[in-house]
Ligand binder design. Structure first.
Ligand SMILES: [Zn+2]
Length: 249
């Protein structure tokens, strides 16, 4: 194969690796953002549950206070019994005692009801907190893994760019520029395609026979008329097999 083509294949291998790693690198910040969001969501849910319990506790305390006042009033009224002068006053007193007692009975039912709710909500909170804290821990670990991976990728990509620079310096500028123009507009980071059985494997277009023959001879740089990729002989082409075995994979 033309020496320049071999160099381009090496360059393409590095570029494909860069393309792959940069794609992975691109996805990681979004992944971490999504994980952070999930953490906030779960923390908010816990806050909501705690607030709901606080509200119930407040309600209960208010009722406790009223209940206590009622009991105190009962004591005071009961103490007044000796001052009663007639039956009417006595009946009025009995009614008032009765009212307070009934009121406090209802109140104590309500308090019991609220207590039950507080208990149920506290249990829910405990279960949720336990489950969420485990999940949040997992999310945080994943964020850490992703962050480490981003650092790793940054370093590896830097190295690959160094390697690419070295390789590109050895390629004739006209050839390199041609390659560069193609790869810069390529949607998949490919500037080189194999041609096999008269087909460009980059875009699956059938190549004109004379072009295909030129590609197989590999003495000049030929491009696919459809996808613009630089064409090299396919793997099953004996000449190519010898020279690019190392470079593939
Ligand atoms: Zn093509």
């Amino acid at each position: 194969m033309l020496e320049e083509l071999k160099k381009l294949v090496s360059l393409q291998n590095v570029d494909s690796e860069i393309f792959k790693l940069e794609e992975e690198l691109d996805t990681l910040p979004d992944k971490n953002d999504a994980l952070e969001e999930q953490i906030v969501e779960k923390e908010n849910k816990i806050k909501e549950l705690k607030n709901a319990i606080d509200i119930q506790v407040d309600e209960k305390e208010k009722r406790d206070e009223i209940y206590k006042k009622g009991e105190e009033k009962l004591k005071t009224i009961t103490g007044k019994q000796s001052a009663i002068r007639n039956k009417e006053e006595y009946n009025a007193l009995l009614r008032e005692i009765d009212n307070i007692k009934r009121f406090n009975r209802d109140l104590s039912d309500e308090i019991a009801e609220i207590n039950k709710e507080i208990e149920a909500k506290t249990e829910e909170l405990n279960i949720t907190e336990e489950q969420f804290s485990r999940e949040i821990e997992g999310f945080k670990k994943q964020i850490e893994i992703n962050s480490k991976r981003m650092d790793e990728l940054d370093k590896t990509i830097d190295k690959l760019y160094d390697e690419r620079e070295k390789l590109s310096k050895n390629i004739r500028p006209a050839v390199y520029n041609k390659y560069q123009r193609i790869i810069e507009t390529s949607p998949n980071g490919k500037a080189i395609a194999m041609a096999e059985h008269r087909v460009c494997l980059g875009c699956n277009m059938t190549l004109p026979p004379e072009l295909y023959n030129m590609v197989l001879r590999a003495v000049r740089i030929e491009v696919c008329p459809n996808c613009q990729c630089i064409l090299i002989p396919g793997d099953n082409h004996s000449d190519n097999k010898k020279s690019s075995e190392k470079e593939e994979n």
